[in-house]
Design a protein around this ligand. Sequence first.
Ligand SMILES: Cc1ncc(COP(=O)(O)O)c(C=O)c1O
Length: 399
Amino acid sequence: MSSDRRHRFATRAVHGGQGTDPGTGAHATPIYQTSTFSYGSHARGAALFAGEAEGYVYSRIGNPTTRAFEEKIASLEGTEDAVAFGSGMGAISALMFTVLRPGDEVLTLGPLYGGTAGLLRDVLVPYGVRHRDVDDAELADAITPATRMIYLETPTNPTLSIHDLGHVAAMGRSHGVLTVADNTFSTPYLTRPLEHGIDVVVHSATKYLGGHGDLIAGVVAGPAELLQEVRAHGLRHVGSALGPFESFLLLRGCKTLALRMERHCDNAERVARSVQGHPAVAKVHFPGLPEHPGHELAKRQMDRFGGMLALELGGGAPAAARFLDELTLFTQAVSLGDVESLATHPASTTHQLLDPAELERQGITEGLVRLSIGIEDGDDLLEDVVRALDVVARATVDV
Ligand SMILES: Cc1ncc(COP(=O)(O)O)c(C=O)c1O
């Protein structure tokens, strides 16, 4: 497998983890669609199980197509190793169950993806893990001897606020606490959390890594020793394995990650700048705008500003509903990072389980619409968004 780390990102995105198939000479990594692997002999079987020989045993624990994807992600994130899972939540829960024991504490810097918040609230806390969500400024004082993990996403969903990776990493290092960044929104093309001192990266690979809205997958990337345990817990014991076909699609998707991300960023910057000041728009949440509170930090830890943005419409819930229904190129759906543009209303969909006080704290108003800007022609996307906003503005005037 070729994963030469001397090469630059786009080269590693194409070649990382992949090379001519040693068995057949196949140029594209084959889909090893098999549940089990022959030992060849009784002696080799015993050696494999004793950890004295290397090789594949059973696809729940390891598969060559999936391994190529894991090596590609380790190369792109600059980590020692990576382990793939059947979903982003599979990856996050495998990591948390590996590291956290009853009595341990995890500190999160919210807001978090709702699934991760739910995993903590409904599974880990009842299992005896303590969880506190803290502000960046409170972090230093919040760490106690029980703290095992500091966990964050950056940029955050849906208001695209930015946490300081270097600060979090320094806090974790000085207290011997594992730091984890969910890098789904940025992808390693825009942010490599390890360059800022973070220990472990997790992804919903469902999003930009796959990129085409046709699979569910996750990955944990970090130190080899820890990841051996994560593989044992998450795959051997819990079993949320990624299928070889999904791994093949991910390998294919990652090859164009650099190209896709440039286009996502171009289009998102264009839409964000152009709709600022539109009469229907009260605020644009996009870290690439100088007005965004995390702009300077984003400039330091992101190579560009990503493909996600959120629009706060002055007309509240009716304006958001009208805007969404007027869009023609955006699919109204959850998820993000697909080549196709997607739009959603967080308050009534992804974040509807939050109570009103929490929605307010996170800035998730009734007028907030989240856009995952795709790689379609930027002119077409902008025309679609502006036309829908014009309808909203006219409707507000008519009322
Ligand atoms: C930031 C983030 N992390 C994790 C997840 C969970 O990933 P999956 O849906 O692949 O389980 C999501 C899903 O939307 C997400 O947005």
